[in-house]
Design a binder for this molecule. Structure first.
Ligand code: C2E
Ligand code: MG
Ligand code: MG
Ligand code: MG
Length: 282
């Protein structure tokens, strides 16, 4: 179509495409340099027990600052996946999270930290070994580490991932299915997977309390399969109240806290952070 519209238009499209390709190449080069220097940070978002309001653990979320500006993970994680840099970056995330979880738990008692793992990492033949050696190097009890894998990634290739998941579980690492409800889980597989936690996707939490069907269904399913539930993206008191009453185990979201720096998270740990105002009053 561009050609039929005349040369000018064609040139315009070409230039735009070239610029996009150049921007992508620059991003890749910067990411490669950052990956070599481990020039990232982890932010930590607390989770609380829905009934008591007490701190139950954290999710580690990677942060990358490029020339002063934060680049959202949704922009650079896919690039890291495509280029394979995710293997190096993911190993750093795992190491940093284990080191931190160990330190906090010495002061506070067991506080698991959850780490997000992408498709390429999980498919890597050395992944379970990497987890094992990272735990050992940091003196981290396996119970302090939780691995979050999105439902789509797990279900796309269940049988292929099963041996790795089984090995992680045998180590004592907990496995959470992230963004649950957005993919198409086979219930038959779900029952056989070595999974401990279902994280109710933010979009369904966002529907609460007026459209609770999916959240109710996920909580009922989890209870049936003896899995625990975490609601992600809890932003309002009404959502919190509904989830606590429905028997969801843990809550995570801006209402409780945004993801914060390691120092700020440590202050929560030391202060035994609890949103007591969020406890269900019996
Ligand atoms: P996710 O694992 O589902 O993480 C939850 C995302 O929701 C985070 O965005 C978090 O900041 C955001 N969030 C938490 N509470 C709320 C809320 O109440 N409202 C709203 N609107 N958002 C909330 P973030 O940090 O930008 O991360 C986005 C995604 O990037 C993550 O989704 C995860 O899939 C991926 N990611 C983050 N860190 C890592 C990492 O270290 N490795 C890998 N492989 N992926 C990561
Ligand atoms: Mg996650
Ligand atoms: Mg999630
Ligand atoms: Mg999500």
């Amino acid at each position: 179509a561009a050609k039929a519209d005349g040369g000018g238009q064609f040139v315009f499209y070409t230039r735009e495409m070239t610029e996009r390709a150049m921007a992508r190449l620059r991003l890749e080069a910067s990411l490669r340099a950052a990956a070599e220097r481990h020039d990232f940070e982890l932010a930590y978002q607390p989770k609380i027990n829905a009934a008591s309001g007490r701190l139950t653990g954290f999710e580690a979320l990677i942060r990358w600052r490029l020339d002063g500006a934060l680049i959202p993970p949704m922009e650079f994680i896919p690039v890291a996946e495509d280029t394979g840099l995710i293997i190096e970056i993911g190993a750093w995330v795992l190491d940093e999270a284990c080191r931190t979880a160990t330190r906090w738990s010495l002061d506070h008692g067991p506080l698991p930290v959850a780490v997000n793992v992408s498709a390429r990492q999980l498919a890597d033949a050395g992944f379970a070994d990497l987890v094992e050696s990272t735990l050992r190097r940091n003196g981290t009890p396996a119970e302090l580490l939780e691995i979050e894998i999105t439902e789509t990634v797990i279900m796309k290739n269940v049988l292929h991932h099963l041996p790795t998941l089984n090995r992680l579980r045998a180590l004592g690492v907990r496995i959470a299915i992230d963004d649950f409800g957005t993919g198409y889980s086979s219930l038959a597989y779900l029952r056989q997977l070595p999974v401990d936690v279902l994280k109710i996707d933010r979009s369904f939490v966002n529907d609460l309390p007026h459209a609770p069907d999916i959240a109710s269904t996920v909580i009922a399913l989890a209870q049936r399969l003896m899995l625990s539930t975490v609601a992600e993206g809890v932003e309002t008191i009404e959502q919190q109240r509904w989830l606590a009453e429905a028997g969801c185990d843990s809550l995570q979201g801006y209402l409780i806290s945004r993801p914060v720096s390691a120092d700020a998270a440590e202050a929560m740990v030391m202060g035994a952070f609890a949103r007591e105002d969020m406890a269900l009053t019996a």
